[in-house]
Design a protein around this ligand. Structure first.
Ligand code: C2E
Ligand code: MG
Ligand code: MG
Length: 603
């Protein structure tokens, strides 16, 4: 497949600070310094003793000279004189002898007037300091042993501390570079790995970055519990590593977000490898005696095809992922320059929409809902309208998804709801339908908002129909159910909008209580052109009837479609055949013109 391995060093932990060699060097230094200090200390003590001995000997010589000058005979020295000499010279046990003294006594020869030796003075060698040191020997030895013991203990402690430090260094390194659950490199480490791969890339190689979202992890956690979810993640990450080609590196960014960086011979080789990996990851896992399965959504970009540096590569892979996610789960998208254009456009819309909402520049138009016989207006659907001062009319299909993605949908939805219910006071005989985005349904504040607006406007809840699409039921069915039931409890009606374009799961129709089914234009347009279209409408109507729902056909544009739909059993219709959405004054006019389809068409 031509995939090239990344340098192994890129994932090695850092070197430890306190190595055994450093500890040994430190210990040797301490021992050497101690030995040196001891020797120097001993030499200094000896020198001090020698200096004192010399001074005493000098004092004795001086005293002897004085004795000699007094004419005294050394061979018959008075013991008193010797004692006095002993005191004067500071000597201990001074004796005069005619023979040199044996043992460790110090001596000084005594000469007569002709320079002949007549005897020797001897005295006890006084090495008081060295002696003191000698006396201290047992104490010193004990201290030494204690010191050695202490040193050993200290060394052992240091070793332990160093080992602990090493462990915490490794732990800190892991925390800083690895995801604690899966052991995969984390965001920071992946950033380094991407840089490394880019730096190591040769001119004819491709570096591919893929951002991968693990679909439905929240659902798995909710359904099977956090612990099973974690085990699934560990197993999933393990399989991811296994199925990637040699040299490809996978990392976990956060929650269900992963990334893969690989070097390949060309973009096609990398894409092939990633597709194979995605297919392998989609196979079931056996966790806690349960089968767990999830698809992935991925976006990828290549260097040098789409980017020249890491930031650009990451931005473009992210853009590809966002596009893939928008197209719903389970797909892989490679970056395309058109995505950049779309991204910039969405950014523009987001910025301008924010301002438009703040400046109250969003309008609400109304499209009448007519009885199937085409004779009577029974309601109106409120539709958001935005005329940008420069770009002109921007359709809801362009700004509603941006509002949903950028957190503006709550404010936009509230604005439309307030306006629609306030305007509905003009048409007391009509029901008023307002679209609800999934984002609004999943916001717990919705119920309070709706009851507040109902109270403020005084509109009977039975007149209000809230339209939701199947998307609401997919993302978090449990929450959606609670919220929709709360809305019904307020007395409002619920309509399932765009029926047939989403998942069209019949289970939803049973599980969630709706009052109305809005058959999407996609089923209405082919009417009159193919018999299968008619059969489809018939099937939907039969189903809706069985569930006791009101059936409304959207996007009715021709009289032929109206007749077929009426014969099929539809209750209500909405479409350009009767009226396009327009400002509230246009609906006032339609109602005033007696709201007959003929009048509507003529206007
Ligand atoms: P929808 O709720 O299904 O609204 C019907 C759409 O079909 C409207 O498009 C309407 O202008 C168009 N339509 C009606 N009759 C015909 C027809 O005979 N032929 C054709 N070709 N089209 C027809 P619009 O106003 O562009 O809105 C598109 C979608 O945007 C709406 O679909 C709804 O899902 C969404 N939308 C509009 N306003 C709001 C809003 O205030 N809140 C939310 N959440 N969504 C909104
Ligand atoms: Mg609608
Ligand atoms: Mg619709």
């Amino acid at each position: 497949m031509g995939l090239i391995a990344l340098p192994k060093a890129a994932v090695a932990p850092p070197r430890r600070l306190f190595t055994p060699r450093l500890i040994a060097t430190l210990a040797l230094f301490v021992v050497s310094a101690t030995t040196f200090c001891t020797i120097v200390g001993y030499v200094l003590v000896r020198q001090a003793d020698d200096r004192q001995a010399l001074e005493r000997r000098g004092a004795l010589t001086g005293a002897m000279q004085e004795i000699r000058a007094s004419g005294a005979d050394f061979s018959r020295l008075d013991p008193k004189l010797i004692r006095s000499l002993e005191r004067t010279a500071g000597l201990k046990d001074l004796r005069f002898e005619t023979e040199p003294a044996a043992g460790r006594r110090e001596m000084q020869s005594v000469l007569d007037g002709q320079g002949r030796i007549v005897g020797w003075f001897s005295w006890e060698a006084d090495r008081s300091m060295a002696a003191a040191l000698g006396q201290l020997q047992p104490l010193l030895a004990t201290t030494g042993i204690c010191l050695i013991g202490f040193s050993v203990l200290a060394l052992w402690q240091i070793r332990r501390a160093v080992r602990d430090l090493g462990r915490s260094e490794t732990l800190a390194w892991s925390l800083a570079h690895e995801d604690s659950l899966t052991g995969l490199p984390n965001h920071r480490k992946m950033t380094e790995l991407i840089e490394t791969a880019l730096a190591a890339r040769t001119i004819d190689e491709t570096v591919t970055l893929a951002f991968i979202d693990l679909d439905g992890l929240n659902d798995i956690n909710d359904a099977l519990g956090q612990s099973t979810g974690d085990q699934f993640l560990i197993a999933w990450a393990k399989r991811l590593r296994e199925v990637l080609p040699d040299g490809a590196m996978a990392g976990r960014f956060d929650g269900d977000e992963f990334a893969v960086v690989m070097t390949a011979a060309d973009p096609a080789a990398a894409e092939l490898a990633l597709e194979a990996a995605a297919a392998a990851l989609a196979r079931p896992f056996w966790i806690n005696e349960q089968v767990v399965q999830a698809s992935v959504t991925a976006g990828l970009a290549h260097v040098p095809l789409h980017a020249v540096n890491r930031d650009e590569l990451a931005r473009r892979a992210d853009l590809a992922l966002r596009t893939a996610k928008r197209k719903r789960r389970g797909g892989m998208k490679t970056f395309d320059p058109a995505m950049d254009v779309e991204f910039n456009d969405r950014r523009f819309i987001e910025r301008e929409l924010k301002r438009a909402i703040a400046d109250d520049m969003i309008d609400v138009h109304y499209q009448p809902i007519i009885t199937a016989d085409g004779n009577r207006i029974v309601g109106a659907e409120a539709l958001a309208r935005w005329r940008h001062p420069v770009r002109g009319f921007i359709p809801p299909a362009s700004f509603i998804p941006v509002a949903e993605e950028s957190g503006l949908m709550g404010r936009l939805g509230e604005l439309v709801l307030r306006r629609a219910l306030a305007d509905a006071k003009r048409w007391p005989d009509l029901s008023i339908a307002v679209n609800l985005s999934p984002v609004q349904v999943h916001d717990a504040a919705l119920i309070d908002l709706v009851s507040d607006v109902l109270e403020e406007t005084g509109i009977a809840p039975q007149r209000v129909i809230l339209e939701v699409t199947e998307g609401v039921l997919i993302d978090d069915p449990e929450e959606a159910k609670i919220r929709l039931e709360a809305l019904r409890a307020l007395g409002l009606q619920l309509a399932l909008d765009d029926f047939g374009t989403g998942y069209s799961s019949l289970a939803y129709l049973q599980q969630f209580k709706f009052d109305k089914l809005k058959i999407d234009r996609a089923f209405v347009s082919p009417l009159g052109q193919s018999p299968s279209g008619q059969a489809m409408i018939q099937a939907i109507v039969t189903l809706g009837r069985a569930l006791g729902l009101t059936l409304l056909a959207e996007g009715v544009e021709t009289e032929e479609q109206r007749v077929i739909l009426r014969l099929a059993g539809c209750d209500e219709m909405q479409g350009y055949l009767f009226a396009r959405p327009g400002p509230r004054e246009a609906l006032d006019q339609l109602i005033a013109d007696n709201a007959s389809p003929a009048a509507a068409r003529a206007s």
